[in-house]
Write a protein that binds this ligand. Structure first.
Ligand code: PXL
Length: 264
């Protein structure tokens, strides 16, 4: 039997915790065949990102076209896109091919605070990619960069969701994991009509590297299998909760969320 396919358009993490490495194992864990358009090679370990080199934009485009034209893409997600030129190329190419629902994870910086985007690229994400997205999945740091809104409670989280929807995506998931001093991690999903609050436990761990990527690729996997956005997000939240609960130390800095529970 041929499984559903999902395409990740993202960067490589030499530490194996985030980026395409996280995406591919998350697709696998969902029984989804992973396809890749590599955008950048990062040099990093648990202590941080030492640097990155982007892939030429025409090579990113060619990777997307190669897999979409032959193998078929049931859903796609974007992670680290590195430059405005790559963002524009990805947006244009996704208009030209069949790639199913699109999840845009607006990756701007690593957990350790290192920039993963050149400076002019944030504007390109807002204007070129968000209008094409089925769902965008910013964390609170990215919400701040994208809207200027500092989310500190349910009311400001809702204002942020409304402001982000103005950029044109169908749905937004404002992830509350980075909110200070809350016992639960509350994420807010909205399409502008429905506001769905998803609450889950907060685990005490420093090891959350790759968490955002893993959640976005879990959601993309469910979309590739035909789930609705609210169902895919609810399942993605359950999936990432287990990954965070079993996150492990590796290296002297921030360890990765763990995919290994799926083997139990
Ligand atoms: O977690 C965001 C992210 C995405 N993609 C790559 C990364 C990181 C964080 O470090 O390295 C390649």
């Amino acid at each position: 039997m041929t499984p559903p396919t999902a395409l990740t358009i993202a960067g490589s993490d030499s530490g194996g915790g985030a980026g395409i490495q996280a995406d591919l194992r998350t697709f696998f864990a969902h029984g989804v065949h992973g396809l890749v358009a590599l955008t950048a090679v990062t040099v990093q370990n648990s202590l941080g990102v030492q640097g990155f080199t982007e892939i030429p934009a025409d090579v990113v485009t060619a990777q997307i076209k190669a897999v979409a034209s032959d193998m078929g893409v049931n859903a796609a997600k974007t992670g680290m896109l590195a430059t405005a030129e790559i963002i524009r190329a990805v947006a244009k190419t996704l208009d030209e091919v069949e790639a199913g629902p699109l999840v845009v994870d607006p990756v701007a910086a690593s957990m350790t605070g290192h920039a993963l985007l050149r400076e002019d690229a944030l504007e390109a994400i807002r204007t070129e990619l968000f209008p094409r997205a089925t769902l965008i999945t910013p964390n609170l740091d990215e919400v701040g960069l994208l809207t200027g809104i500092s989310v500190s409670d349910a009311a400001s989280q809702r204002s942020a969701a409304e402001a982000l929807l103005e950029f044109g995506s169908q749905w937004v998931l404002v992830k509350g994991g980075h909110m200070q001093g809350t016992a639960e991690c509350v994420d807010l999903l909205s399409d502008g009509r429905e506001f769905i609050s998803l609450s889950g436990p907060r685990y005490e761990t420093e090891n959350t590297h790759g968490g955002g990527d893993t959640m976005a690729s879990a959601i993309t996997s469910s979309l590739a299998k035909g789930a609705s956005v609210p169902d895919a997000v609810a399942a993605g939240k359950k999936f990432i909760e287990r990954c965070v609960a079993e996150a492990y130390p590796l290296g002297a800095g921030v360890g990765p969320v763990s995919p290994f529970w799926v083997l139990d």
